[in-house]
Design a protein around this ligand. Structure first.
Ligand code: ZN
Length: 325
């Protein structure tokens, strides 16, 4: 009899990633389907259930070998009830009973959490966390997501909104508007979108020439990768933007570390592909602002699972859940 499998699902606005994962956290099979958010998102859970059945058939496996399905969802989730509070990108109405529907469609036990929390759990279990039970994960992508793990458990907070590192206010006065309705959130600076915004503002302000300006003129737009590449090549404007981003990230992460003293703070998401060029300057500011015993014991590290963190963390959720049954 084969080892029982877990289903990990990472639900995104355009693509849903799925994987069969064994109880050791090893991916057996992974695949993707488009997310159909038409008609108020009524097909999303049905399509996931159908896709799981199809893949089982392809692999010659039976459903009895699945322990359950875990899912990371893009929005605040009430962990106990599996209700997603709001998810505008998916077409669902507020307080959508995601866990109940997923269980009904798949006939499997389900566990749901926010996608950034799932990425943090994935990194804790099989990635940069290397089993650390006290871990903070920050995902630098289109937005900035966060997951805080204390004693092996996600810090949910009283309303499921714990660990929202992206919405820590970095610029108290005169900051840029954030998607959340506030201004000056860390997300407006340290997301890929924020980095590009800062670069364009800086170019407009200084009227400087250089590689960054040339790339903007040639392509009509910039990416966060352009900014980090040009900074490496010695472009002064790009270097200034990287320094500003690093300052705010280093300061925020130091304050989080001063509060929690985690074993590791893991930086993931698309921006983290800059590798040490992201990490090293953030570390310098982190060291400046971290309380000395914290500086000596909390390590900053790059995420190692890439796009698989979400499905692996989602599988971990259902593994933990099934242990309690
Ligand atoms: Zn915000």
């Amino acid at each position: 009899m084969p080892d029982k499998w877990l289903v990990g699902v990472d639900l995104g606005g355009t693509t849903t990633k799925l994987a069969f994962i064994n109880t050791y956290g090893e991916i057996i099979e992974k695949w993707e389907i488009p997310t159909d958010n038409s008609e108020l998102g009524k097909y999303i859970t049905v399509n996931i259930a159908k896709s799981i059945d199809q893949k089982l058939e392809e692999l010659g496996q039976i459903k009895q070998n699945l322990l359950g399905v875990g899912m990371g969802a893009p929005g605040p989730v009430h962990y106990e009830t599996g209700v997603i509070l709001n998810a505008v990108n998916l077409g669902w109405e507020d307080n959508f009973p995601l866990k109940d529907l997923l269980e009904a469609e798949t006939s499997l036990p389900a566990a749901i959490d926010n996608d950034a929390n799932c990425a943090a759990l994935g990194e804790m279990w099989k990635g940069a966390g290397n089993g650390a039970k006290d871990l903070v994960c920050i995902t630098l992508g289109t937005g900035v997501g966060g997951g805080v793990i204390a004693g092996g458990n996600i810090v949910q907070g009283v309303n499921g909104a714990g660990g929202e590192i992206g919405h820590i206010t970095a610029i108290p006065k005169g900051g840029a508007p954030c998607n959340c309705g506030k201004t000056g959130c860390l997300e407006t600076i340290a997301s890929a979108t924020g980095i590009v915004r800062l670069a364009k503002e800086e170019l407009a302000k200084t009227n400087a020439s250089g590689e960054l300006k040339d790339r903007l003129d040639q392509n009509g737009s910039l990416t966060a990768k352009d900014v980090y590449d040009c900074a490496r090549n010695g472009d002064m404007v790009a270097a200034k933007v990287v320094d500003e981003v690093s300052f705010h990230l280093g300061l925020t992460l130091a304050n989080i570390a001063n509060t929690l003293n985690p074993a590791k703070i893991v930086l993931g998401g698309g921006v983290s592909k800059a590798g040490d060029r992201l990490l090293e300057p953030v570390k310098r500011y982190f060291d400046q602002f971290a309380f000395r015993p914290v500086r000596k014991s909390t390590e900053l590290a790059l995420a190692t699972l890439g796009n698989d963190a979400g499905v692996i963390g989602a599988a971990w959720l259902v593994k933990k859940h099934s242990e309690h049954l």
